[in-house]
Design a binder for this molecule. Structure first.
Ligand code: NAP
Ligand code: ZN
Length: 350
């Protein structure tokens, strides 16, 4: 089945309209008419091959929401018309230890990403949500319980939401804990909302003075301008946990110094160029950790969506037609994002 999409033919080419092929739904597949797709910084890293290894044509997009338009004969959990989502994963081996524990993002045989992943479908790699339709195995489809009118603002939960929710839960963000969120972009603004909803004392770190009031409105108890050494020094040795979402290489010592004994700095940003090597002394004196975290499994993604529906949490979005995607990328690169671009996929019909 042909569907209209928006993607790039090479790392140095702008995105453009293209027709792509979707498989006919198999017995366990769900076919989805995509209503909206969020724009993640990973889309930009991939389209421009900043991480190397991008396969072209590249159709990004892994914050997908829409409605079921067909289901395979063995599908019992979904029916035509259901409001659903698809995040960063569309397949995994289903038999390794990680898959067995519902941690498909750590599949020991390699998960299949929603774009740029290996697939038997044409053209040999997966193509993402900047498209009118997608066909996904029912095990990787999420139920959306938010009111329908919030659907566009739910899309970013599928990556930005779960990528911040999972480490906040893993490292026990909650009442009595002091939690930092570094970088107020797509991930960071969700991190503030979620840490606040979990009951943690939430501190936002930003390089952008202009985001100070927004960070407070998003739920931060305090805001620190990370370029101001005095402002940073006031928080030395005080954090239980800091989640760092910055998409560019920077000095990590500035944050490890702010951790309490046994505190953790968790990195989720994947910059094009490596961070400078951290100071080992700061880690040793205080038994501090630097850790990483990758999106979240399907069960936890459903848990996060339900948590957000229950707490009335969605992303703060700026809707764009697909034709404006390159301008959105340029703004994202300049940290000028408030706080997630979402593509209105109806624009693909134009
Ligand atoms: P984004 O919307 O562009 O936000 C990143 C924010 O980082 C910016 O808004 C800015 O916030 C801050 N920042 C940017 N450049 C900086 C610099 N040079 N120094 C200090 N701060 C800077 O990006 P995103 O979509 O949230 O994604 C963030 C990163 O996470 C990307 O690398 C992405 O690929 C990665 N990611 C990882 C996972 C995972 O599973 N681990 C999942 C999704 C995305 P301020 O203006 O507040 O400073
Ligand atoms: Zn993403």
């Amino acid at each position: 089945m042909k569907t209209k999409a928006y993607g790039a033919h090479a790392s140095n080419k702008p995105l453009e309209a293209m027709d792509i092929e979707r498989r006919q739904p198999g017995s366990h597949d769900v076919q989805i008419d995509i209503a909206y797709c969020g724009v993640c910084h990973s889309d930009l890293h991939t389209v421009r091959s900043e991480w190397a290894g991008t396969l072209y044509p590249c159709v990004p997009g892994h914050e997908i929401v829409g409605h079921v338009s067909a289901v395979g004969s063995e599908v019992t959990g979904f029916k035509v018309g259901d409001t659903v989502g698809v995040g960063c994963l569309v397949d995994s081996c289903q038999h390794c230890a990680s898959c067995g524990e519902g941690l498909e993002q750590f599949c020991e045989n390699g998960f299949t990403g929603t774009y740029n992943g290996k697939t038997p479908d044409a053209p040999g790699h997966t193509l993402g949500g900047y498209s009118q339709q997608i066909v996904v195995s029912d095990r990787f489809v999420l139920k959306i319980r938010h009111p329908e009118e919030q659907l566009a603002a739910v899309a970013p939960l599928l990556c930005a939401g779960i990528t911040t929710y999972s480490p906040l839960r893993h490292w026990g963000a909650g009442p009595g804990k002091k939690v930092g969120i570094v970088g107020i972009g797509g991930l960071g603004h969700m991190g503030i909302k979620l840490a606040h909803a979990m009951g943690a004392h939430t501190v936002a770190f930003t390089t952008s003075e202009s985001k100070r009031q927004d960070a407070l409105d998003l739920g931060a108890d305090e805001v620190v301008i990370s370029k101001d050494p005095d402002d940073m020094a006031r928080h030395a040795g005080s954090f239980d946990f800091i989640l760092n979402t910055v998409a560019a290489s920077h000095d990590l010592d500035a944050y490890t110094r702010l951790l309490k004994r046994d505190g953790t700095l968790c990195l989720v940003g994947v910059p094009e160029h490596a961070h400078p090597s951290p100071n080992v002394g700061t880690l040793i004196f205080g038994r501090r950790s630097i850790a990483g975290s990758l999106i979240g499994g399907i069960a936890e993604t459903q848990e996060m969506l339900d948590f957000c529906a229950e707490h009335g949490i969605v992303a703060d979005i700026e809707m764009i037609p697909a034709q404006k995607i390159d301008q959105a990328y340029d703004r994202m690169q300049r940290s000028d994002v408030r706080y997630r671009f979402v593509i209105d996929n109806a624009s693909l019909a134009a």
